[in-house]
Design a protein around this ligand. Sequence first.
Ligand SMILES: [Ca+2]
Length: 350
Amino acid sequence: MKQFRTLSILILFLFAVFVTQVFSQASPQRVIIDTDPGTDDAMAILLALNSPELKVEAFTVVPGNVDARQGLENALKIVSLAGRCDIPVAAGAQHPLAQKLITAQWWHGKNGLANVELPPSKCKQDPRFGPDLIIQLVHEYPHQVTLIPVGPLTNIALAVSKDPSIATLVKNIVIMGGSIAGGNVDGAAEANVYNDPEAAQIVFNAGWMVTMVGSDVGERTLITRKDLTELRTTHGPQNDFIASIVDFYVTRSEKSGWGGAAMYDPLAVAIAMDPTLGTLKDMHVDVETKGEFTRGETVANRMGSDENNVLHGDHYEIEGVTVLKPNARVCLASDRDRFMKLFLSRVQGK
Ligand SMILES: [Ca+2]
């Protein structure tokens, strides 16, 4: 009997050691990056591919900064540069849901990649349609996949409209898009949401909690000439490519009066990896699709409620408030220095 007890304790002890081991070696987070590359997209992609915390299951391409054909070519070249042809790169939508495409070569260079000519891609396009690939992977790995859309939300809207169940089957969705403090296209709208407001409205109201890393925070997370100098102390194909695009992007931003270039897309990838790099607050966000001056604005309710106005004769009276369910974790601020240290450390010498 005593022997049996000793044996049981030993087995329990070994089991406890095994469980501790399994949980201490946390497996990397599965992510799908939906992208419109794009200079800051290129940085985001290479940050993800050089971060052991992430396992990129697929890249899906959406038109935005450049058209769908150019975006696919750019994505394939960037993934090839990183030597990762094992990861599927799929084309998606060819245009926004309900408006004409607006491209941004003015910010990103004629080819979308700061006019840097990368070597031809060794990777081949995955034949699947991007939104279908997203649906497939989310079902293959239920509650494990984090979506990171860093372009207009067209592909994500198509995926979640076709299969609404993915809203409960993803682990997380972290978008670069929107703003709660003015736009970067005009006074109200951020470019990714402005480029497909109908898609963004679908995505914000699909039933998941969208982590929103907006342009207002990206613009307080600048990569500067000092960071570029640091990046130029090391070399490698990815390192040198990033240095070239940062040079172009910082120069372009300086001409518009900025002290550096906004790290929009890489910050979204970093916050997906480590949410403590951002300050997040739950809010209800809707997308304005009609306003004369505000089409594409992300309208964030910071109070968590709307007033109830009830008609009394010739006027309305406020009769309490309706509490709104949050649908977004809105990023209010970033830890810029810790983020930049992380970004540089991951790509330097690569
Ligand atoms: Ca982008």
